[in-house]
Write a protein of this length. Structure first.
Length: 111
């Protein structure tokens, strides 16, 4: 397909504006330090299984029973940290909740 010079210039201007917008958005995210707050951080199956010391199948059972909220992005499962904390507080003992919260602060696992 052949573009005349005028169409090409218009197309390049649109592309330039879009790239400028994306660049300014990235600068804003970088300037804030983090894109997510602690409760908005996302965990995938591997992260959560390691954190809770359970298998992927156990996570699947929690999802199927409705105990643990999740969402899919391109067929990959993710969990919000706020939902994981809610799950722990609902289904774990008081001691496990304390250990979990301490582990999150220290960057360690639950057990």
């Amino acid at each position: 397909m052949y573009l005349d010079n005028e169409d090409f210039i218009q197309w390049m201007e649109k592309l330039s504006k879009k790239l400028t917008t994306i660049g300014s958005d990235l600068k804003a995210v970088i300037a804030t330090g983090e894109a997510f707050t602690n409760d908005d951080k996302l965990l995938d199956n591997q992260d959560l299984a390691f954190l809770l010391k359970v298998s992927y199948r156990t996570l699947q059972r929690y999802r199927d029973s409705g105990q643990l909220r999740y969402f899919l992005v391109r067929r990959k499962t993710f969990y919000r940290m706020a939902d994981v904390k809610e799950f722990i507080q609902s289904y774990a003992s008081k001691n496990e909740v304390v250990m979990f919260n301490k582990g999150i602060e220290d960057g360690k696992t639950l057990k």
